[in-house]
Design a protein around this ligand. Structure first.
Ligand code: PLP
Length: 260
């Protein structure tokens, strides 16, 4: 079976993150990719220059068109820009109930530019979290969803992951890249238990779009794997290979993308 995977996310004109990273990841992993575009960003490896949000009705029109006709095996959600788009996506998902929703709780780009208005965080927490099969927050995003402080230890990562599970997500991947140190530990928290994934940090500055790539890989791979831990191991292996190959690219003067 060829997996039909849908990304609901923002466009990165520089090709490194967002819709472009998602579709490259889907293709590389053998899935058929589709896109619902929520926002355009004028962006390169040096940063986000401007954002143009798509009208919420048109986000919903794209979602309705895809889901009315095409069997969708999995969905990845990324940049949602504002509260109205969050509400439109939640409405569409409640109506169509597609299988396997991976919610990447995108809030701020690595360069510091906001990709979600702060007032939209409540909608992500209250409307989208309960519709997600897996959420993939980094540590600042987990803290924002919980209204608390950023985890400093792996024990706090696990505690916050459990709290997010109690808020309605079916499974939580706490990404530990912000902890620092030689290892970048991730904790997967499901009702079945806790699983730690760690890898040595790869020495490159080219990590633009890593979060997008991981969540897209999780969506592409989940239908072919028995559970989230085995899906995550395969997705993480894909991401690590893409980071390891990033320095082969000659793309821009700033934080360059990974190579799919
Ligand atoms: N631009 C878009 C459209 C995105 O969706 C994302 C990530 O989710 C980014 C930029 C941020 O990428 P990074 O923080 O890896 O630079």
């Amino acid at each position: 079976m060829i997996v039909n995977a849908l990304t609901i996310a923002g466009s990165d004109s520089g090709g490194g993150a967002g819709i472009q990273a998602d579709l490259k990841t889907f293709s590389a992993l053998g899935a058929y990719g589709m896109s619902v575009i929520t926002a355009l960003t004028a962006q390169n490896t040096q940063g986000v220059h401007a954002v143009l949000a798509v009208p919420p009705d048109f986000v919903l029109a794209q979602l309705d068109a895809v889901l009315a006709d095409i069997r969708v095996n999995s969905v990845k959600i990324g940049m949602l820009a504002n509260a109205e788009i969050v509400a439109a996506v939640a409405r569409g998902l409640r109506q169509h109930r597609p299988a396997c929703v991976v919610l990447d709780t995108v809030m701020i780009a690595k360069g510091g530019h906001p990709l979600l208005l702060p007032e939209a965080i409540a909608g992500i927490r209250d409307e989208l979290l309960p519709l997600a099969d897996l959420i993939t927050p980094n540590l600042p995003e987990a803290a924002a969803l919980l209204g608390g402080t950023q985890a400093q230890t792996e024990q706090q990562m696990q505690d916050q992951g459990r709290a997010l599970l109690q808020m309605g997500a079916q499974a939580v991947l706490m990404k530990g890249g912000h902890l620092g140190g030689n290892e970048s530990p991730d904790w997967l928290i499901t009702p079945a238990g806790f699983t730690r994934f760690a890898a040595q940090r790869i020495p490159t500055q080219h990590t633009h779009g890593t979060g997008c790539t991981l969540s897209a890989a999780l969506a592409a791979l989940r239908p072919k794997h028995p559970d989230w831990p085995s899906t995550m191991q395969a997705a993480k292996n894909y991401l690590l290979a893409a980071i390891a190959a990033a320095d082969q690219l000659q793309v821009g003067q700033g934080i360059g993308p990974v190579q799919h």
